[in-house]
Design a protein around this ligand. Sequence first.
Ligand SMILES: Nc1ncnc2c1ncn2[C@@H]1O[C@H](COP(=O)(O)OP(=O)(O)OP(=O)(O)O)[C@@H](O)[C@H]1O
Ligand SMILES: [Mg+2]
Length: 380
Amino acid sequence: MTLEPFRQHFSRTAYRTALPVALMATALSAFQAWLWSDLTAIGISVVSLGFGLIIFVVTYSLHYLIHFHRLQFINRVTRDIYRKQFEDYSELPARDKDEIDHLLRQAVKASETIEREISRLNKIENYRKEFIGDISHELKTPVFAIQGFIETLLNGALEDPMVNKKFLEKAMGNVNRLINLIKDLMDISRLESGERKPRPVNFSLRELIGEAVESVQYKAQKEDVEIRLKEFDKNLIVYADKDQIRQVCINLIENGIKYNRAGGWVEIGLQAFPKKSDKILLYVKDSGIGIDPAYLNRVTERFFRADKSRSREKGGTGLGLSIVKHIMQSHGENLYIESQPGKGSLFSITLPRPGGVVISPEEEQVDYHLTQNKKSTQGS
Ligand SMILES: Nc1ncnc2c1ncn2[C@@H]1O[C@H](COP(=O)(O)OP(=O)(O)OP(=O)(O)O)[C@@H](O)[C@H]1O
Ligand SMILES: [Mg+2]
């Protein structure tokens, strides 16, 4: 159907309705005049045609008034869909009075669905572009470093006992960095695609924290950082994905060690929650370098490093907290970050505890001393 009649304010639909109605009215009035009046044939024709004309005009006008505006609206919505321009169609009728209203509402619904889908696809596309850019950037440094060391070795350094082992060790360090990066990228992509959904089970938090601390103890010793483990109730059971929460704890404790100073400490404990609460708050607090308030909101972004040189020097990928955030979000739990530059940081997570568990009455109230800069990442 061409749009021209709409533009010229001529409604073909109204015309098509009015014409048969007018023809029928003409025929009926001619028949009636022939039966009941003594008009001549010409008189009968004139009266019937006049009557038919009036019926045509009235039917056309009524149809036009009732339907044309709504047909124009449908035309506008479908035209906008075609042009990928979406508006707020607030003139939508409150309820369906007839088929045209129904059609109109369906057109608006289709437009909303398409708008949502297009913005979702745009977001994915932007995310993909950004992700590829970030990865290429992150891969570039270790790959070029490995290339440089190997080239130097091949160009003669291999025969030089003063440097050959050192260069090989440096190349190996960069290979390890690449491996960490690939592992973290695989984790992120599995978390984001929903492939790595949490499989919650009941487990003892004390046991899990013990395992996490054990796995990073050697790093703490190397950095001369003391790990202070607060007393955990042995009856404290939480309901979450054990492997994922272990990964979260290791990430947070490792950060506390890495971004600390020689002779510093990392403390792991529980903050008191109301006894009947179905959540607990686990915290990892450190005496480290802290985070600049300007960066506090950004540390959970992929590849974001507040302290670039230290993170790289320690082989960090900048993905650790991003993974932590994803894990907490997929559990529907929260991650809170507080920090004061030069004094230390406090990372806390909420964890669900199953009903009916006995919690020690002496749960300790932690004195944070770090209340200035706060950030919370809410689970979605
Ligand atoms: N406890 C902390 N104290 C000070 N800064 C921190 C702390 N934890 C994280 N940061 C800052 O946030 C940035 C992001 O942390 P994240 O754990 O995501 O990456 P990373 O530690 O650099 O690398 P990865 O964890 O992948 O090995 C770090 O580079 C660091 O600058
Ligand atoms: Mg980290």
